[in-house]
Ligand binder design. Structure first.
Ligand code: IPD
Length: 269
């Protein structure tokens, strides 16, 4: 059973607000590393798990038949529903910032119908800023409609990026940054992909790229960026995905794409 994007967004906003409140409260009570995942730097806190569990329970109450994909619990208990809705959950994007008390971490929740993200919300756990979008309905922050940067010169562009957790991948990503930085205004590595995409949606950075994003890092923020007018794709017209995500305003897309392709930004481990 599908529903209009606006209806799914309203559910997502309610669930993400409560989830962010839990993450905020648990942060105030003190957090520590509960486990590591792919590498020793890929950490999980008790809050990542508690928040995802809360989101799963809340979604099950209002839309029990929907499928879910979450960062910590994978496909959860509900299987994929053909033609139905799938919720994509990042309980805390920017877990390392969360661990250190840096105010750049977010709950990210998106609704996908037939493999296409139709609604998404990203809520900064520390500041309460909230970005939303529906497919075709524009991108919004706290009631204000967003548009991306109008910069046309890559040399004047502030470009955000991020690094994965695999040491070989990080080394490759650092080499790409070293080669790119002379050709842009500057680089930012702020530590939460969903928020990076939302900042690009309102021109607080001009563009963003990263290799190695998971579906939950990309889903909601990618829709917000797209609806704000950025082109969000992979290399050579491929869809944005784990190989590479480039999110750039139309005028910056080709120059950034050309640089990233020449630097083999989607290559390496
Ligand atoms: C990570 C953050 C980071 C990005 C990584 C992600 P997590 O997500 O978004 O900025 O560079 O690729 O894995 O682990 O904090 O949820």
């Amino acid at each position: 059973r599908t529903a209009p994007p606006q209806e799914l967004l309203e559910i997502a906003i309610d669930v993400a607000r409560d989830a962010a409140a839990t993450a905020h409260r648990m942060r105030a009570e003190g957090v520590s590393v509960a486990a590591t995942k792919s590498t020793v730097t890929d950490v999980v806190t008790a809050a990542d798990r508690a928040v995802e569990r809360q989101v799963l329970d809340a979604l099950r109450r209002v839309r029990p038949e929907d499928a879910v994909l979450g960062e910590e619990y994978g496909a959860g208990e509900t299987g994929p529903a053909a033609g139905g809705v799938r919720w994509i959950i990042d309980p805390i994007d920017g877990t390392v910032n969360y661990l250190y008390g840096l105010p750049y971490c977010a709950v990210s929740l998106a609704a996908e119908v037939d493999g296409r993200v139709v609604a998404g919300v990203v809520r900064n756990v520390a500041t309460g800023e909230e970005w939303t979008a529906t497919a075709g309905g524009g991108a919004w922050r706290d009631g204000e409609r967003l548009g991306c940067s109008t910069e046309t010169d890559l040399g004047q562009a502030l470009v955000a990026t991020g690094f994965g957790y695999d040491p070989g991948r990080r080394a490759h990503q650092a080499r790409v940054v070293a080669e790119l930085i002379p050709h842009v205004r500057d680089i930012r590595r702020m530590g939460a992909a969903a928020l990076d995409l939302c900042l690009a949606a309102e021109g607080r950075v001009d563009a963003y790229y990263e290799k190695g994003l998971a579906a939950w890092d990309l889903a909601a923020g990618g829709l917000v960026a797209t609806e704000a007018g950025l082109r969000v794709t992979g290399l050579d017209g491929r869809p944005a995905g784990p190989d590479l995500v480039i999110a750039a305003p139309p005028a910056l897309f080709e120059p950034l794409h050309t640089r990233l392709a020449a630097l083999d930004a989607s290559g390496g481990p």
